[in-house]
Design a protein around this ligand. Structure first.
Ligand SMILES: [Zn+2]
Length: 350
């Protein structure tokens, strides 16, 4: 089969289209013929550049969130058969510890990540444990399923579990036109919150406002905290959703919090090291909560919300595997409005 293979850290030029052996399913695995895998600033690009905390082993095939059709099933697999349309969750449990045996493999301390610790979905086929797969509702395409399942369950975890967002509260979403950002804007609105969308260009701000925010701010050209205070009558927001951790943007986001505010974060593609005003933190009784978790139930709810048309994450474009470099360059330069998706099944016909 064809796959994108990386043999060293570096720029997009290290992504090479190569012929590699077809995966063979272990007894608990299925093999998915990949129809969609998304391009992510952190898990794909930071990993390729060697900036991600987990080291990858070369040769490596990236791709954390493949969706496709099952074409082979391991001997011990139950509940999945060839022809099932599935999305694969990228946290792979060890399958042996108490957390895994309880079905809570996201809590596994020996977890591996698909497309980071083992070969992922930038390939015509990928093998994953059957327990990591979720059936895609009939009315949902592979690309939509990938971007929804990748981001909406994380937004649910941030807004529901960490921030405990209440109806009527104010939410500021950073990177609001990104995958997680657009999921957070729509979910917060769905939960009855008042949303301010912040992004780094007028085009991206407009896209995020179109998804249901009350107002938008370009944080590259405006003073974010000033604008937020104007919009909230000087109170500040109750919740900030952050996944950038850019030292230049962090202060504006943090200073936008009102008394008792919660900043939730899951991602650090903007650098990860920021200045923290501890005086503000305790005087305003603020909380900073991190976590990129999500629940299995959140994935199922997310796919259903998407099928019902209640949440949709925009897809900028879908490219074949042979254009993976271009796909990562677009995302790396933030030139996309919406997710960039790779569909390896397009290569066979192009
Ligand atoms: Zn485990």
């Amino acid at each position: 089969m064809k796959a994108i293979v990386i043999r060293a850290h570096g720029g997009p030029e290290v992504l090479a289209l190569e012929e590699v052996p077809d995966p063979v399913p272990a007894p608990d695995e299925v093999v998915i013929k990949v129809h969609a895998v998304s391009v992510n600033p952190t898990l794909d690009i930071a990993t390729r550049e060697g900036r991600y905390p987990r080291a990858i082993r070369f040769p490596h095939v990236p791709g954390v969130d493949p969706a496709g059709v099952i074409v082979a099933v391991g001997a011990a697999v139950e509940g999945r058969r060839t022809g099932h349309r599935v999305w694969a969750d990228f946290i792979l449990g060890c399958g042996r510890c108490s957390a895994c045996l309880e079905g809570n493999w996201r809590a596994c301390r020996d977890n591996r990540m698909l497309g980071v610790d083992c070969w992922g979905g930038y390939a015509e086929r990928v093998a994953v444990p059957a327990r990591n797969t979720y059936l895609i509702p009939e009315g949902l395409g592979y690309g939509e399923a990938t971007v929804i399942a990748r981001h909406l369950p994380v937004a649910m975890y941030l807004l529901e579990d960490l921030a405990r967002l209440q109806q009527g509260e104010w939410v500021l979403v950073m990177g609001a036109a990104g995958g997680l950002g657009s999921a957070a804007v729509q979910l917060a609105r769905h939960m009855g919150a008042r949303v301010i969308a912040a992004a780094g260009s007028e085009q991206r701000v407009a896209a995020a406002v179109g998804m249901g925010a009350i107002s938008g701010v370009n944080y590259r050209t405006r003073d974010l905290a000033d604008e937020v205070m104007k919009l909230t009558d000087g109170r500040g927001v109750d919740v900030v959703v952050e996944n950038i951790a850019d030292p230049e943007l962090w202060t504006g986001a943090f200073n936008s919090l009102g008394r008792g505010g919660r900043l939730v974060t899951a991602g650090a593609h903007g650098g990860g090291r920021v200045a923290l005003d501890v005086q503000q933190l305790y005087l305003k009784r603020l909380s900073i909560l991190g976590g990129a978790g999500m629940a299995a139930q959140g994935v199922e709810r997310s796919l259903l919300l998407a099928e019902q048309g209640l949440v949709s994450i925009p897809i900028d474009r879908i490219l074949p595997l042979s254009r993976a470099r271009e796909a990562q360059e677009l995302v790396g330069r933030r030139q996309n409005t919406g997710k960039v998706v790779i569909d390896p099944s397009l290569d066979a016909v192009s």
